[in-house]
Design a protein around this ligand. Structure first.
Ligand code: SDX
Length: 429
């Protein structure tokens, strides 16, 4: 049975009867599509705190219960039983693959993992000290220049090929960006290696000797990629959808997502967490950091803490915290910053300021410590996030392009500028 909400303006006789929409799980939504037509008014929700921008069947989050489902599967189960590539298949196709389906998907990703040789000259246009996120954003956007033959987004086969290309090439390009900044020769993807191992080889293998890669490294990376693969309508995914709503090509959409992810309030937080922990230095300095974070005038926030949706705990942070201890022990890494992080978490979770505001560690709080233990440089942390989130971004782009009532995103505003006035010649001003 459908239900409605009746909105009546208190200062005019305007009333709107608006339908209530429901999904399969989670909150219902008031369809305000006709509100302006019926009342002449807009809604106002600048951070989209209470706004659903679309219908999606990909990921579901219950922030109060700390639930995260990818196509209905709890993140804890995927983290325990799946792989990043299988999870990518699930996000894109909606179902877990059969053995043959996975084999075919893995073959396609593996055989699209090389990047065009001309992209190497692109990289040489950057200074050696360019931030890898700047390089990645520019290079991924430029991929559209190489695939004129498959940019028809009305063609399902071309959409799927673009999705495969992006998932396949972003690790290769990310590793190439890193190696360019340290002056190492680019390593080509090796088809006999699985996705994460292949990436780590492209990152760290040198021509002069074989890479001695600890087994735990690829497993830890694969788990981190699963946990970062998608997260509903977060800022970068919403950006991909906004750009996609104009009919832009998928490479431009993902480049825009990379740009949005870079911000320290979003994916840039993992890099900011490491810098914050290093700045705090030792566990005995944690109290001062907590006080600074509570002081509105300090401009300082505990990076890796808080979340727009999770008001209990981020289930990904729980898994990463546990993995952090295991990986550092397995690699024999003693990182003093882990002691700082644990002390900071313990102090914040007991402090009324953080408790009242429901601020808990998020996905970015511990991930950087694992990346550091894997010898991935701090500047590459958000690049790692982008590699993983590319699967979610392309899944949403594909879903958006098969949504029948998809419209170009075009929000309105509350105008606060000057009312209409006449131009005055400069002599009269
Ligand atoms: C990601 O959306 C997603 O799903 C994102 C993500 C994904 O997978 O895509 O989960 C990935 O981006 C995780 C978040 C990473 N960012 C950080 O760790 C940066 C630090 N955290 C924040 O800046 C903040 O918590 C946000 C951006 C994550 C959430 O911001 P909100 O929901 O807009 O909350 P807010 O800024 O309105 O803060 C509410 C209150 C404020 O205090 P009051 O004005 O009520 O007194 O909490 C305070 C804030 O000052 N606050 C913090 C804080 N985060 C919020 N105070 C100190 N330290 C913090 N980290």
């Amino acid at each position: 049975m459908s239900s409605n909400v009746i909105l009546t303006s208190s200062d005019s006789d305007k009333t709107a009867t608006l339908p209530v929409l429901s999904g399969s799980v989670g909150p219902s939504a008031i369809d305000i599509g006709k509100l302006h037509k019926e009342t002449g008014m807009f809604t106002y929700d600048p951070g989209f705190m209470s706004t659903a921008s679309c219908r999606s069947a990909i990921t579901y989050i219950d922030g109060d219960a700390g639930v995260l489902l990818y196509r209905g599967y709890p993140i804890e189960q995927l983290a325990k039983h799946s792989s990043f590539l299988e999870t990518s298949y699930l996000l894109i196709n909606g179902e877990l693959p059969t053995t043959d389906e996975f084999r075919s998907f893995e073959h396609d990703v593996t055989h699209h993992s090389m990047m065009h040789e001309s992209l190497k000259t692109f990289l040489h246009g950057f200074h050696y000290d360019a931030h890898p996120m700047a390089m990645l954003c520019g290079t991924i956007g430029s991929l559209a220049a190489f695939y004129h033959d498959t940019l028809d987004i009305e063609d399902p086969a071309q959409r799927k090929l673009a999705a495969i290309r992006l998932i396949a090439k972003i690790p290769t390009i990310a590793a190439a960006c890193y190696r360019y900044t340290i002056g190492w020769p680019i390593r080509y993807p090796r088809n006999n290696l699985e996705y994460c191992t292949r990436f780590l080889h492209m990152m760290f293998e040198v021509p002069s000797e074989p890479l001695d890669l600890p087994e735990v490294a690829a497993k830890a990376l694969d788990l981190l990629f699963i946990l970062h693969a998608d997260h509903e309508q977060n800022a970068s995914t919403s950006t991909v959808r906004m750009v996609g709503s104009t009919g832009a090509n998928p490479y431009a959409c993902v480049a825009a997502g990379i740009a949005a992810l870079w911000g320290p309030a979003h994916g840039g937080a993992n890099e900011a967490v490491l810098k914050m922990l290093a700045e705090i230095g030792t566990p005995d300095q944690v109290g001062k950091a907590i006080e600074r974070a509570k002081d509105k005038n300090s401009g300082f926030r505990l990076m890796g803490f808080g979340h727009r949706v999770y008001k209990n705990f981020d289930p990904r942070a729980t898994i990463i915290r546990e993995m952090c201890h295991k990986v550092l022990n397995a690699l024999g890494v003693q990182d003093p910053l882990l002691d700082v992080a644990m002390k900071l978490e313990e102090a914040a979770l007991k402090d009324p300021y953080f408790i009242e505001r429901k601020l808990y560690p998020n996905v970015d709080f511990y991930s950087g410590l694992i990346y550091k233990a894997l010898k991935i440089p701090t500047e590459m942390f958000t690049v790692m996030f982008a590699i993983a989130r590319t699967s979610g971004w392309v899944a949403h782009w594909l879903e958006q392009n098969t949504t029948p009532d998809a419209k170009i995103g075009r929000p309105r505003q509350i105008y606060t500028g000057a009312p209409s006035r006449d131009y005055r010649p400069i002599s009269g001003r």
